[in-house]
Write a protein that binds this ligand. Structure first.
Ligand code: ZN
Length: 199
């Protein structure tokens, strides 16, 4: 239609989660109609994010500093660590203001089909914090999927062997559900209803 630059823009937008080709065309049109107000600020924001954002070496969160803002916040409860699958899950819990401790982002779950094994999950920083004596309780807040349950069981066993208290989120997380699509009230209920992990 309008040249290779526009096709390329539409193609890249179409690869974003939640955007198919039709939505990508609409978004591209909206951006191109007001390049000064929309396209250029977006391009600048993306470039700045690409240069500045890094993964926190302590918890796996994304931030412009390492350790991230959560890990360096002196007001957070360092003895309480919530384990989540993705940064999106961490952000969902933060939006809901239901957890005042720190986090550990695994980067996924164990998955036989997906070829994800224990070594692929980001657990080492958590065990280092436990070994340093900083952790009192670990809350396993993984999705209620088969892989999430497998991971909860596997990690719960390893954590229990270290002597820390281990709990898992309870009611509120629907079967087959991901954490980052839950509303704040459901997330708060799930965290409040945590119970000792069955390991
Ligand atoms: Zn962090």
């Amino acid at each position: 239609m309008g040249g290779p630059e526009i096709d390329r823009l539409i193609g890249m937008l179409a690869r974003l989660p939640g955007l198919g080709p039709r939505s990508a065309r609409r978004a591209a049109l909206a951006l191109l109609r007001q390049p000064e107000a929309r396209l250029l600020p977006l391009a600048r924001a993306m470039e700045q994010a690409a240069q500045a954002v890094r993964t926190c070496s302590s918890c796996g969160n994304l931030d412009t500093r390492d350790p991230c803002g959560l890990c360096s916040d002196p007001l957070r409860d360092r003895g309480l660590v919530c384990v989540v699958e993705t940064v999106g899950d961490l952000w969902a819990l933060e939006r809901a203001c239901v957890h005042r401790g720190l986090y550990q982002v695994l980067g996924g779950t164990l998955s036989a089909l997906g070829g994800v094994g224990p070594d692929d999950l980001n657990t080492a920083p958590l065990f280092a914090r436990i070994a340093a004596g900083d952790v009192r309780e670990v809350i396993l807040a993984l999705g209620a999927t088969v892989d999430g349950a497998t991971t909860t069981h596997w990690l719960g066993e390893r954590l229990a062997a270290t002597g820390v208290a281990v709990s898992r989120v309870g009611h509120g997380v629907p079967m087959g559900g991901a954490l980052d699509v839950l509303d704040d009230g459901t997330l708060a209920a799930a965290l409040a209803a945590r119970r000792p992990a069955q390991v």
